[in-house]
Unconditional design. Structure first.
Length: 288
């Protein structure tokens, strides 16, 4: 059965549907040697190229939806390539066949913590859409006086340059003197929204860590720069949030060799972290 070209390319992880539509309109995509047009549909055996490079066009039935949780360190940017040569969140991810990892949202260069990636571009696109308000939780370290009145304003809402905003929850989480920790949650993903909310009250954020996305928590044992693949139950939790059908297959080991695979994966994570320590050390980082 034929499908719209932009849907197939987005599902394969080449970008969002909107990005694929822009690429098609710009003449960057071809089907069986002919420049593609918006509205074109393709069959599973079509030969598709982007900028002259052959790309996979697997059907929905052939694609296994995978999701990994990545512990983003400070100093990495959420782009595939950086003109300034800074490390990116894609540098340490595992390789995939016939697909690419797509980030579910972004974290700014000075924010660390949980970042999800999926091989299913449609899943990423839906989760990032404003209509799917997924709660995010952050651990925030502030510097300065934070009164009860400030907390109340942050809960009730303040006006930022791009409209009203507020935290759904603000809970104290320890700290001493002028340095305090808080756990805050909100269901939006606007640019630097957490920092801007605190800054609107003249409170400085000295550390920001995303610790939860929906019901997916940052694993406490996952080192900075490390990744772990999510089990099918958590994958389907995210697919349900996005209004997609359940995934019935997984590439995670479930047989007697799964323990050995887990050890190999842990070793890969440790090697990836060590490999990038030197590079990361050369980039500007917010120190604690």
């Amino acid at each position: 059965m034929s499908e719209k070209l932009q849907k197939v390319l987005a599902r394969a992880g080449h970008g969002s549907r909107r990005e694929m539509e822009a690429w098609i309109a710009a003449g960057r995509v071809s089907i069986d040697g002919e420049i593609a047009k918006l509205g074109d549909r393709i069959e599973a055996d079509a030969k598709v190229r982007i900028d002259g490079r052959s790309v996979s066009v697997k059907s929905e039935e052939d694609l296994v939806c995978r999701v990994i949780a990545y512990h983003k360190p400070e100093g990495e940017i959420c782009s595939r390539k950086d003109p300034e040569g800074r490390p990116t969140v894609f540098d340490r991810l595992p390789r995939t066949r016939d697909s690419r990892w797509v980030a579910v949202g972004r974290l700014d260069i000075n924010t660390s913590g949980l970042l999800l990636f999926t091989s299913d571009g449609e899943l990423a696109n839906r989760l990032m859409h404003p209509s799917h308000e997924v709660e995010r939780e952050y651990a925030v370290r502030t510097f300065g006086e934070v009164s009860d009145a400030v907390i109340q304003r942050l809960r009730n809402g303040v006006t930022l340059e791009d409209g009203p905003a507020h935290f759904d929850k603000v809970k104290p989480a320890g700290g001493e003197g002028m340095n305090k920790w808080w756990h805050v949650s909100l269901a939006e993903g606007r640019n630097r929204e957490v920092r801007r909310l605190w800054e609107s009250q003249e409170v400085q954020v000295s550390r920001l860590i995303r610790i939860r996305y929906g019901m997916i928590e940052l694993p406490k044992t996952l080192p900075r720069g490390g990744w772990v693949e999510l089990p099918i139950e958590q994958v389907n939790y995210l697919r349900k949030l996005a209004g997609l059908e359940e995934e019935t297959r997984t590439l995670m080991g479930t047989d007697k060799h799964s323990v050995a695979r887990s050890k190999v994966k842990s070793a890969k994570i440790r090697r990836a972290v060590r490999k990038h320590k030197t590079t990361a050390g050369k980039t500007p980082r917010q120190r604690t």
